[in-house]
Design a protein around this ligand. Structure first.
Ligand code: FES
Length: 81
């Protein structure tokens, strides 16, 4: 069972500066969609990803994507930009 917000089922669009980010995978973070260190076990460790230039990203919130942490359209949303 996914700990992602399956009620949402929509990608989270964010414009991020270059850097390393950690997508929360446990749902306990107070800084969603990013990890704040609240996870209590190794079962749902955050997903690290890097952004090399300022750009818009679409983070998966349904848990169905094959390209975590990014939305791949499995939710039915067509991302075209
Ligand atoms: S939000 Fe999960 S695949 Fe789009």
């Amino acid at each position: 069972m996914s700990k992602f917000n399956t009620d949402a089922g929509m990608p989270i669009a964010l414009t991020l500066d270059p850097g390393t980010y950690y997508r929360c995978a446990c749902g306990q973070s107070q800084n969603l969609p990013f990890c704040d260190g609240s996870h209590q076990s190794a079962e749902h460790m955050p997903i690290e990803f890097k952004v090399s230039e300022r750009k818009k990203v679409y983070l998966c919130s349904c848990g169905q994507t094959a390209k975590q942490p990014f939305c791949d359209g499995s939710c039915g949303v067509n991302i075209t930009d």
